[in-house]
Design a protein around this ligand. Sequence first.
Ligand code: NDP
Ligand code: OXD
Length: 309
Amino acid sequence: MSAILHVGPSERASAWQAEFRHALPEVEFRCWPEIGDARDIRYLVAWTLSPQLIAALPRLEVLFSIGAGIDQLDLSLVPEHVRIVRMIEPGITTTMAQYVAASVLALHRDLPFYIEAQRRGGWTQLPTLLCEERSVGVMGLGELGRAALTMLAPLGFRLRGWNRSPRRIEGAECFSGAGELDAFLGGTDILVCLLPLTDETRGILSRDLFDRLPHGARLVNAARGGHLVEDDLLAALDEGRIASAMLDVSQVEPLPQDHPFRTDPRILVTPHVAGVTRIETAVHALIDNLRRDLAGQALPGEVDRTRGY
Ligand code: NDP
Ligand code: OXD
């Protein structure tokens, strides 16, 4: 008997249990904390981990993240032989691409300024640029970065991307590695972060990076709060080096009530909703990966633990 243990909300658990019974009856779907005989459990699907959870699963082989990122899982708890797989599924990809397109347009069309003007009873019209007159640069050209560029393409922005290893993407000028970061940033009017959070990328959205963007650039962070040095953003906004920002993530979530981002008129905040794991579609990605594992095949989304993503 093989079993998968799900940790998370009951709505998702019941829907996935029903789908597993129908599509993959050879793997029993169990829901934490009702784990049954722990020796059956080869697979775990969770958003975060606790020491009690990992200690309860002596035969764990594969840990599936509920999300596209894995930094929220404390992998120091997970034995080295356990494989880690992040979520690649159309629900996350589509919602993220929509979020990035909406954010880029919001900043391009000065929505933070007009929302504040509405609040204060103002009626000032700013000069309007065409999309063709601005460039959008995406950091991280993985599943989500590429999908975001595809969704932005019909709008007419000049598109560019920056990635660890070289990429070729039709319609976007691509840069790679630390050596090409300056060139990428120097021509980016709206910067979008879609990097994974690793030792290399933590704090990358900092004063040093903002200084290398054109004056008055705009920022979208839809990746992780740990990418952004929050005080550096506030300073860059005060100095006009950054004009406005759209932030889906923050160092502390939920964003504390007294956090300056909550009331800063140059910042729009959303509560970590950019890319949403869809119950209906993610279960198929998970089942597909279990089938592959049972057949001894490679697993899409398997993480390289040394790289951190
Ligand atoms: P992928 O693993 O598919 O892509 C990551 C990309 O980033 C790869 O192309 C990789 O390059 C590149 N990269 C990694 N490290 C560096 C670096 N040091 N410098 C430059 N490029 C680097 O991830 P996804 O696209 O699926 O997801 C990206 C992140 O988005 C997730 O890790 C998660 O944190 C975040 N996210 C946020 C959500 C939200 O709601 N706010 C929802 C879902 C995801 P290479 O090609 O060389 O490997
Ligand atoms: C994810 C997320 O990583 O929701 O998928 O942040």
